[in-house]
Ligand binder design. Structure first.
Ligand SMILES: *[C@@H]1O[C@H](CO)[C@@H](O)[C@H](O)[C@H]1NC(C)=O
Ligand SMILES: *[C@@H]1O[C@H](CO)[C@@H](O)[C@H](O)[C@H]1NC(C)=O
Ligand SMILES: *[C@@H]1O[C@H](CO)[C@@H](O)[C@H](O)[C@H]1NC(C)=O
Ligand SMILES: *[C@@H]1O[C@H](CO)[C@@H](O)[C@H](O)[C@H]1NC(C)=O
Ligand SMILES: *[C@@H]1O[C@H](CO)[C@@H](O)[C@H](O)[C@H]1NC(C)=O
Length: 623
């Protein structure tokens, strides 16, 4: 590869990196920080002495402009102040001041975290801490507030004053931890220059002696106009009590480890908008966070509590998206939900659209039902209920088209009425009308319109086993039955046995157990689904065999069971699991024609042993 090729490759890689920068940033999968810079540059530094010199000269780039400085005017008390007022909260890592004059004999560095309402001293600088401030010196006492390291008169020019927010030796693993933030953040910085030094070895000592005479002030005022003059000989400048070549307030915007870029606070979005060096305050948040400081989660990402990134492990701790199935723009965090899910998910969708409701907009709102052919995320997933106005129970608040089960679309039928929309009489009932349907009072069945007894069996094939009859292949009668997939969506989760339901189950040990049964119906059936109807539960079963039926004539096909026992945990007892096959025996409610499941009912999972016992019982004719 030639050198030229290599260069081209490098350019290509750089370009790729640039293009990638938008998506695959350093923040991807990691804690990240915006670049650090001088918080003072590009901002106005307010000083007490307003004459004489442009304060921004001390915050310009010392490499580009090494010979520019700010110098104070002469004040009566020999004091001056420099304020840096930030428009937002920032993190300050360290301060370095390079003096052109001798360093002050006494000065303080203070910060405010509340836009100047209250102030806190970060560090006190004095040649003699005890005489100047009555404080111990950190030279002799570690971590003391005052230090004498940066206050001697020598060198006369170029002396530095250094402050580090996080003192060396004091371990601070994670810059995003609350402890670190309490140390690092500020909205204002104030340097109070309290006592000037005179330069002991300066050739200008004599002129220094006059520096407090007010007559000198007019001279000083001329100085800023010639800042680039090789100043070493400028007598008037040397009479200023304080002169600062450079003030570096190194810091970064406050983003809790969730951003690597910052924009002007409240300003335009363009990164190039003003100058180049200013450290801006509004974070460009990643990890699904939001806010000026990425201090909260983005609107649809409140499934977990917000957390700062972990600066020591690098974990980004991103916000987690709420599952709202595309029906909401916002969610909020609920501590109660968080606890109830064992600390995995706490998001509650706000303002579910498209006629949905629920924590995850996962249900159709009353009066609407799931459209069976459409995915839950479809805006048309919920369609209006339609119920037969004659056969269904009217809704209280008129104007609604009807009420139906939000999942199955099953309408609320009057007694003796069946069908999804309550459009006809149940088997064994007659007289479809505003009062519902009446039960037949016939040995077999009756005409559904007139109620007259019918001699013949109904068209539907009933499975009445003759006494002593034998049913071959009881277990393998329907080998090709379609395997229904049981999504939790379809079943009422409270009724679905998640293992927490405990019921006292009755067991069948022998044929005589079966023969002793005094139940009005005995069937073999598989449970299709369970529905929470509010006041009661309804379990849909597919009847495979009718071993005994009472007043209600039973046929093969889908029937409803009405479990009466409903535990506080929301289980039916005995447990009826959708998808499982059972031997079911129980009583019936003759008035309504309902098949009941009570604690006295027999609900036994279908096994080959049971199949054998049932065959035996049939053979003996006791079933
Ligand atoms: C101070 O200097 C800066 C840039 O160097 C300039 O923008 C600003 O207007 C000056 N201020 C005064 C009061 O001269
Ligand atoms: C500081 O001043 C006190 C009295 O004001 C004096 O006793 C002490 O020796 C001084 N310390 C130094 C290091 O000069
Ligand atoms: C300072 O330097 C300037 C030229 O750079 C010269 O004209 C002036 O006389 C000097 N002043 C003193 C006090 O040396
Ligand atoms: C950050 O990660 C470190 C190391 O994995 C861990 O000890 C510390 O507890 C974490 N901090 C927080 C706030 O979770
Ligand atoms: C039905 O599902 C069961 C278990 O999930 C499986 O063993 C069986 O093969 C399936 N039957 C058919 C017909 O797909």
């Amino acid at each position: 590869m030639t050198r030229f090729d290599r260069q081209r490759l490098r350019v290509a890689v750089l370009l790729l990196g640039f293009l990638h920068g938008v998506t695959a940033s350093r923040c991807a999968g990691n804690a990240c920080s915006p670049p650090v810079g001088n918080l003072a540059s590009g901002r106005t530094l307010h000083t007490q002495s307003l004459c004489c010199s442009n304060s921004s000269l001390m915050a310009d780039d010392p490499f580009l402009h090494p010979d520019t400085w700010w110098e104070s005017g002469v004040t009566a008390a020999g004091e001056d102040e420099i304020h840096l007022d930030l428009e937002d909260r920032f993190c300050l890592t360290h301060v370095v001041m390079v003096f052109r004059s001798p360093r002050p004999a006494a000065m303080t560095l203070e910060r405010s975290q509340d836009f100047g309402r209250t102030w806190e001293t970060l560090k006190v600088f004095a040649e003699n801490c005890s005489s100047a401030f009555g404080l111990p010196d950190d030279v002799s006492q570690q971590e003391a507030l005052c230090t004498s390291r940066y206050s001697s008169a020598m060198p006369c020019t170029g002396g530095e004053v250094i402050f580090r927010s996080i003192a060396q030796g004091r371990g601070m693993d994670d810059p995003y931890s609350p402890e670190a933030l309490s140390i690092l953040t500020l909205t204002n910085l104030r340097v109070r220059l309290l006592k000037p030094h005179r330069c002991p070895a300066s050739p200008f000592t004599s002129s220094r002696g006059q520096r407090n005479t007010p007559q000198q002030a007019p001279n000083i005022r001329f100085l800023p106009k010639v800042p680039r003059q090789p100043s070493r000989n400028s007598t008037s400048s040397d009479s200023a009590p304080y002169a600062i070549l450079s003030l570096l307030a190194q810091g970064t915007c406050l983003c809790h480890g969730h951003a690597e870029q910052c924009l002007p606070t409240g300003g335009q979005n363009s990164l190039q908008s003003s100058g180049s060096v200013q450290v801006r305050g509004r974070c460009v948040c990643t990890h699904h966070t939001a806010g000026v400081h990425c201090e909260k989660c983005a609107p649809l990402y409140n499934d977990r509590p917000w957390r700062a990134a972990n600066g020591s492990s690098g974990e980004p701790n991103p916000c987690q998206k709420c599952e709202c199935h595309g029906h909401a723009q916002n969610c909020h965090f609920s501590q109660r939900v968080w606890s109830s899910t064992g600390g995995t998910s706490g998001g509650v969708c706000d303002d579910c659209q498209h006629n949905t409701e629920g924590r995850k907009c996962q249900r159709c709102r009353p009066g609407y039902r799931r459209h069976p052919g459409r995915p839950l995320a479809s805006p048309q997933a919920c369609t209006r209920c339609w119920c037969d106005p004659v056969g269904s129970v009217p809704v209280r608040n008129s104007g609604e088209a009807g009420w139906c089960h939000p999942r199955s679309g099953q309408c609320h039928c009057k007694p003796g009425v069946g069908g999804t929309i309550c459009s006809h009489c149940l088997p064994g009932h007659w007289g479809f009308g505003l009062e519902g349907c009446r039960p037949c009072t016939c040995p077999l069945t009756c005409d559904p319109v007139t109620g007259h007894c019918l001699e013949s069996k109904p068209n539907r094939e009933f499975y009445n086993i003759p006494l002593g009859g034998k049913i071959p292949d009881l277990t393998h009668l329907h080998p090709h039955e379609e395997n229904k997939s049981w999504s939790n969506e379809l079943t009422v989760s409270a009724l679905y046995d998640t293992g927490k339901c405990t019921c006292k189950e009755r067991k069948v040990k022998s044929v005589s157990d079966l023969c002793r049964m005094k139940h009005s119906y005995v069937i073999k059936a598989s449970v299709l689904s369970a529905h929470d109807k509010g006041t009661h539960a309804v379990v849909q079963v597919k009847v495979r065999k009718v071993l005994r039926s009472g007043v209600m004539l039973l046929s093969q096909g889908t029937h409803s069971l009405y479990p009466l026992s409903w535990t506080s945990r929301g289980c039916t007892c005995p447990v009826l699991n959708p998808g499982s096959e059972y031997l079911l025996a129980g009583s019936e409610e003759t008035e309504s024609g309902r098949l009941l499941v009570t604690m006295q009912s027999l609900v036994v999972p279908w096994t080959s042993t049971l199949s054998f016992l049932v065959s035996e019982a049939l053979r003996r004719g006791c079933l």
